[in-house]
Design a protein around this ligand. Structure first.
Ligand code: HEM
Length: 125
């Protein structure tokens, strides 16, 4: 089951609110598109949908005024046979996107800490 959102929206604010999160997700998708380690996984993906679902998810996880309406992490990654290395590659692309947006490292780490528990739903599925 999804974890409860944070009680306050500090993290949402630190990520730059809705506009900041949109820029982070767009940077992430660009970085993935240029990352030979993982780009092949996204060949048949509806990127517009992924863009919208990632924004909802990050907003929700950061305590912002959003609901996540997408599929569960287990549902959406089953059958991809993703590994720890794939997971780490995507996380590195996310960190780079946050860095490019000037997100403070403490806030970067708080978002990553919200996403890290999803790992077991995503890899080796
Ligand atoms: C922290 C790690 C990750 C998070 C938070 C995450 C999040 C998401 C979200 C929110 C969706 C949209 C689900 C929906 O459409 O309803 C999604 C789909 C997807 N994810 Fe991930 N993901 C992660 C790791 C990965 C990794 C490591 C890969 C591959 C290298 C990957 C590949 C995909 C693909 C290809 C889709 C689209 C599935 C489809 O076309 O239906 N994800 N992910």
């Amino acid at each position: 089951a999804p974890e409860k959102p944070p009680a306050d929206d500090d993290l949402y604010q630190a990520l730059g609110g809705q506009a900041g999160i949109a820029r982070i997700v767009e940077g992430l998708l660009i970085n993935i598109s240029e990352n030979p380690r993982i780009v092949h996984h996204f060949q048949d993906t509806d990127i517009d949908r992924l863009h919208d679902m990632l924004i909802e998810q990050f907003c929700f996880e950061a305590g912002g005024p959003c609901e996540y309406t997408g599929d569960s992490m287990a549902e959406s990654h089953t059958g991809m046979d993703l590994t720890e290395s794939d997971f780490n590659a995507l996380v590195e692309d996310l960190i780079a996107a946050m860095q490019e947006q000037g997100v403070p490292v403490a806030a970067q780490n708080r978002l990553l800490a919200r996403l890290a528990p999803m790992r077991s739903d995503i890899i080796y599925r």
